[in-house]
Design a protein. Sequence first.
Length: 388
Amino acid sequence: MVLEGFPEVARRPLEERTPAAAGVHTAGYVGVLPYDLGAEGEIGRPATKGMCWIRYENALIFDHESRRWDVLGNPPLDAILENLARSSVQRGHRVGGVESVLGRDGYTKAVSRGIEYIRAGDVYQVNLAHELRGAFSGSTRSAFAAMASACVPAFGAYLELPDAAGERCCVLSLSPELFLDVDGDLVSTRPMKGTRPGSSDPRVLERSEKDRAELNMIIDLMRNDLGRVCRFGTIRVDAHRSIERHGKDQSSSILQATGVVSGRVRGSISLADVMHAAFPGGSITGAPKLRAMQIIEELEVSPRGIYCGSIGYIDDAGRSQFNIAIRTAIVKGSPGNAARDDIDAGTISFRVGAGIVADSDPGEEWSETLVKAAAIRSIATIKDDTQR
């Protein structure tokens, strides 16, 4: 079953839903919410068209902590094995060199314009991205496996979406960032601001006042967003700032500064209400959110689509978790053969961005975006891969 718009379970008050016991899995929905939903509607009230929800009642579930498999329902194992046997993974993937659509000059000019808006008082911070694009053919599963091996994403996702107009679309998300975790009436978010290469000294990021200020702004924004749906006095900053390493090793990893904000929702509030209050995540817009999104629309050359939206699940018992769809590749093209993961003469798109503040240096912001391109660099060469 594929739906557009929030499924019924997401519109039910969270107080009426009883979370399953720890380790118990229930049926539910996997969903994709494009960033542009928030841009199309009044801020905090995104439209619903463009969402994609896929119902699951049977699943094979692997717990990475216990290293154990679990079974939900009655998954058709023979069909799963047949699907895997038809996969194109064995013949691999081919990616041409990817190149920034804006280019270094175009991106730094956009950053300079963003700084002008900040100094004029329009916003305190704005997140600006550019798109890396190249040719792709072969197995998207093979590409995702290679990228995931290098990046070890905390909130990754791989989706083969339904074909549309004869075109196949696959989403390869290597996201390290949690947008929303909802468990009963408890909702939490983990915004990220501040990035360094994994080979650098973590203390440099820890001591950076610029990066600290960026994260503080977004934590305040998320406190405000959650405050629209949470009970008075329950909003907490559980972690002001911690430095995390994301990736396989120092050479392929990146360092991220992360905060944690949580609260307990009011009675009658549903997951859809929480999404309406907080989507899209403030870490990928800037603050104030509405004006930042208007500036993003002006300075970025094309709609973001799934990038900076969210991918996640809603189970029937009241548990939900959604990422921020950063470090996310979108592969499109004509079907190569019967295998769902096979793309013929397609393209791969991978966007990277940076938070811009008043004292940002455009050249350094360009370099920061390329640090965040570690996932795509694991399968492709980046043209004009110049970092200062």
